[in-house]
Design a protein around this ligand. Structure first.
Ligand SMILES: [Zn+2]
Length: 401
């Protein structure tokens, strides 16, 4: 699944400085490689801090000093020029200064304009919205064909309206009827939407962890591709991933959900254990009991775990791997035994290590199993579709000009 690690390209990638096909390759690698993803998070954090640095004006004394030096150099202070610099420096300044200054200023302007237009395009504080059906509202205003959703504003659909939001240039989100969403943040390093109620479908072709959706019971972090997210009136949510990976988080509890899998969340509890949607109905019902029903002392939890382990197929090691963190003692031993029977742990992963939740071993085992969890060919096909789509759009725009 992994080609070479991409750590060397990450800085250029983070600044959008790599070619489209390389960028796709890196994004794909980041979905599957913990090591590179961690580095990428660090670089992204650095860029984020740099963005937040305040711009300070240089002190007046510095300008005065510069002026004095220039005056000295060109003899404009009325005195004979004192040659304090090497000869060639004096030569280069005298005749060339105006032309040099002109070129430098022109270059500076061009660079500044390029950076500015990129920045404005990528971090303007609103998203474009297109009406699909009925009359969605932005704040108290009923939309016509198109509208703009500014940071802090709510977009709301009634029983007969739908809308589509363009997430900068990184993807789009469709809003189903009876849904309330709010734009929380949009900038180069983070785009964030709040889904208070209803259903949305997202297609994102950005690097991992750039697009987030806050729900009342967890945060969905996009790791590349497509998913739907529903929130009911009680604040519980259900995530279905159709392509790529999504991470669902609440505080220190995280579920990694690949294409074909789903994950529920509950207020106060956070994300449940992810499962493949083609798992048996007994498996899914028992898992819901394990995840969200309080332990009433009747032994129902133990029976639910027994059902989950009994019904688990090879692919359901996705669920069992997450369960290792969520059960303890004897139950963790049972999960380990069932997992080992379905897929023996790789070398360097020991029973003892897994039972004490050794992070390195658990991630080694996860890396080994991930191939069977993610539908790799489906993912590749989607990437190709998305990129040819994007290229088509870019070419179309260029032809129009
Ligand atoms: Zn890597």
């Amino acid at each position: 699944m992994f080609s070479k690690h991409v750590t060397k390209q990450l800085s250029a990638y983070c600044h959008g400085e790599v070619a489209a096909d390389e960028s796709r390759m890196i994004a794909e690698h980041l979905i599957g490689c913990n090591r590179c993803r961690e580095q990428y998070e660090e670089i992204k954090l650095g860029v984020k801090f740099a963005e937040q640095l305040p711009q300070l004006s240089a002190p007046d004394s510095m300008w005065l000093e510069l002026q004095a030096r220039l005056d000295l150099e060109t003899g404009q202070n009325g005195h004979a020029s004192v040659d304090v610099r090497p000869k060639r420096s004096r030569f280069s300044f005298k005749g060339w200064q105006p032309a040099f200054a002109g070129v430098a200023a022109g270059l500076l302007l061009a660079v500044a304009f390029g950076a500015w237009s990129f920045y404005v395009r990528e971090s303007r504080p609103f998203w474009d919205v297109v009406r699909l059906n009925g009359s969605p509202r932005i704040g108290s205003w009923r939309m016509d064909q198109t509208g703009r959703l500014a940071v802090g504003q709510w977009l709301e659909t009634d029983g007969s309206s739908r809308a589509k939001i363009d997430v900068g240039s990184i993807g789009h989100v469709e809003i189903d009827p009876n849904t309330r969403v709010r734009l929380i943040e949009t900038k180069l390093t983070e785009h964030r939407l709040e889904l208070a109620r209803g259903k949305m479908s997202a297609k994102i072709w950005a690097p991992p962890r750039l697009f987030f959706v806050d729900t009342p019971s967890g945060v969905a972090a996009d790791l590349g591709c497509a998913y739907t997210l529903e929130v009911d009136d009680a604040g519980a949510s259900l995530l279905h991933v159709t392509n790529g990976w999504v991470a669902l988080q609440l505080k220190d509890r995280e579920s990694m959900v690949p294409a074909g899998a789903a994950c529920a969340t509950r207020p106060g509890i956070g994300p449940g254990t992810p499962y493949f949607e083609d798992a048996t109905s007994n498996f899914r019902a028992a898992l819901a009991e394990l995840d969200f029903n309080p332990d009433d002392g009747s032994g129902s939890k133990a029976r639910a775990l027994e059902t989950v382990l009994h019904e688990a197929r090879f692919r359901d090691t996705l669920t069992l791997w997450h369960l290792l963190y969520r059960v303890e003692g004897k139950e963790r031993e049972l999960v380990f035994e069932r997992m080992s029977a379905l897929s023996p742990p790789p070398r360097d992963v020991t029973r003892e290590g897994v039972l004490r939740l050794d992070d390195k071993m658990l991630h080694l085992w996860k890396g080994y199993l991930e191939n069977s969890w993610s539908n790799d060919s489906g993912l590749k096909k989607t990437w190709i579709k998305i990129w040819t789509g994007t290229l088509g759009k870019v070419q179309g725009l260029e032809e129009k000009k």
